[in-house]
Structure formats: C-alpha cells, structure tokens
Ligand binder design. Sequence first.
Ligand SMILES: C[S@@+](CC[C@H](N)C(=O)[O-])C[C@H]1O[C@@H](n2cnc3c(N)ncnc32)[C@H](O)[C@@H]1O
Length: 340
Amino acid sequence: MDIINEGKAKAKVHLSKVVSKHLPVFYNPLMEFNRTVSVYLLNSIDNREMQLALPLEASGIRGIRFLKELPKDKIKSISMNDINPEAVRMMKVNLKLNKINSKSKIQLFNKDANIFILESKGFDYIDIDPFGSPNIFLDSAIKRLGRNGILAVTATDTGCLAGSFPAACRRKYWAVPQRNSTMHENGLRILIRKIQLIGSDHSKALVPIYSYSKDHYFRTFLRCEKGKRKVDHIIRQHGMLNDAGPLWLGQLFDRSIAKKISEQAPENRFLKLIASESKISIPGFYNLPKLAKKYKFEMMNIQKLIKKIRKAGYKASLTHFAESSIRSDIPLEKLLKILK
Ligand SMILES: C[S@@+](CC[C@H](N)C(=O)[O-])C[C@H]1O[C@@H](n2cnc3c(N)ncnc32)[C@H](O)[C@@H]1O
C-alpha cells in the first residue's frame, strides 16, 4: 500500500497500474479532479450546516478532503458508506492518518448504498460516485435529498451515453444517443434528463448547476427544488437535439457558480473554459472542422472567429466538450456568412 497526498489530505491506498473495481479498496488517482471540483462546488454555494452523504465512498479520500478543505460551518455531519468492509476499515485508517477527531460529525456505514440512504433521515448533499451507471442509486438518493440540497452524480458508462451502444442507452437512459462531434454534450444531457425523470416521481425538480465531461466520465451537480409546477417546468425543457434525445435542453451550469469555481483555481484552463461557456445557455455547439468540410471553407483562427461573432452582436465561447468548437447563439446562416 502507498500513502498519497491529495488536496490537503493524505490517504493509504492501493495504487495499481491498472485501476479496476477488483482492487481491495478502490482508489483512482485520475479522479482527483472530480473530487477537487466537488470541494470547489461546495465552497461556491451558500448552503451552511450541510448533512453530507457519500454512499459509495471507498477509501474515505473524498470525505476527508471535505473535512479538511471546507470551512468548518459548511459541514454539520458527514456519513460515509461502502458495501466493501475493507473500504470501511480503510476509512478508519485514513481518518486517523489525517488526525481527524471531530468524531461527533462523522459516521461510517457498511451497507448497500440504497439501504444506507433509505435508512437515513435525509441529506443536503448526496454524492453518487459508482462504477459505471448511477441509475440504481438515483431513486433512493432523490427520495432522501432535502429541499435546496445538492445531488452530485458521476457516470462512467460514457460509451453507452455517447452513442457506442445505442440499444443500452435506450434501455438504461430512455433516449437515443448520437455518435458525432457533440456526443459528449448529448450524453451528459441524456443523463441529466434521466435523473430529472426519477426526480419527477418524487415531485422534485432537479436543476443542473454545474456539469461537465472529462476523461472517461460525466459529472453533474443538481439542486433540488420541490413542487409539481417546478417539475413541470423541468419536463418542458426536455426534447430532441438534432437526432439525439429526448434530452435536457436547459442550463448545464449556474453562471455565478461556474465563475466562483474557476476563481478557486485561476490557472486551470478547463474550469476557465466552463466559466466562459456557462454564459451561453444554448444547447449544442458548432464544430468548425465539420462545418468546414460540409460547407467547404478555409478554417479561420478560432479566437478571431469568436471576436467576429461577438462583433456581430452574438455570444460566443470555446466549449470544454470538444476541440475547435464554439458555443454561440448565432444562427448557422449568419455564422456561415462570417466564415465564407
Ligand atoms: C468508483 S468507487 C468510489 C470512489 C470514491 N467515491 C472516490 O472518490 O474515491 C465505487 C465504490 O462503490 C462501492 N460499491 C459498489 N456497489 C455498492 C453498493 N451497492 N453499495 C455500496 N457501495 C457499493 C465499491 O465498493 C467502491 O468502493
């Protein structure tokens, strides 16, 4: 076993060349960014005295980072659970390693995640971070998510959501994916709609406040609002995007949260990109190489193009979803006039 440093935490973990779910206790160094963004997000929202739940916690690293990196008044309690008894043993070892002794705030559980969540009184933040699809944990998590609470969801079955396995996507996410230049955004939006449909079963409207696609996974944070009208408003924003969907056509990010997140790591280009594209709440983006091929024009410098679009009175930004692509509210005919 190795001792690693991540954020302000240390942890004893199993490092392996091949990261797989067969590790004695799961730890993926590539997911450090996923955990860091969760810290930034909790730092960027006003909620205080939150009751946090980590139903699929593995080594304890995420919870320990929350305890070490968030302001004291942010966390009222933190409950960490894993079905693997060895993981719960590692959580104890790692809490000790980090000299965390706020025992009254922390509770550890060794249960199936759904049972752990359903036996609780409810939480203000629930982090669903599974192997593969989050689907089987959504119903219980949404049921126990309080008003104004945050549901954080990771999905690593991106092949299915982004169009490599259309039948699996239809079966699991009730939508048709497309394998094209916008497949990652479409896949993330298909995932969001599925979460929202489970929310509608409980009269809970789940509004995305920060969402992204990176490496092998999708991640979204949704704020829970209660009430049938609010759910109706969400459902009205489901529809098709080109030939993909039905999917979520509304906002992927809360603009002010995206700004606050980026400000916590000003050097991070990825977070900066999201802060920039969060100002444009238009689903989909223009992929320039694809347009150039279809409409036969020479590629223009992308920064120059963004300036020209803005000069024409429209919004424009690069997108984190794909290279050489622009999110903009400019209609295609007007964009082509600039490009030709
Ligand atoms: C992807 S890992 C979680 C990683 C962790 N959240 C992190 O940031 O390092 C998924 C974890 O879920 C646990 N798990 C799988 N199925 C479960 C279930 N039904 N209930 C509870 N835990 C489960 C696994 O033992 C594993 O530790």
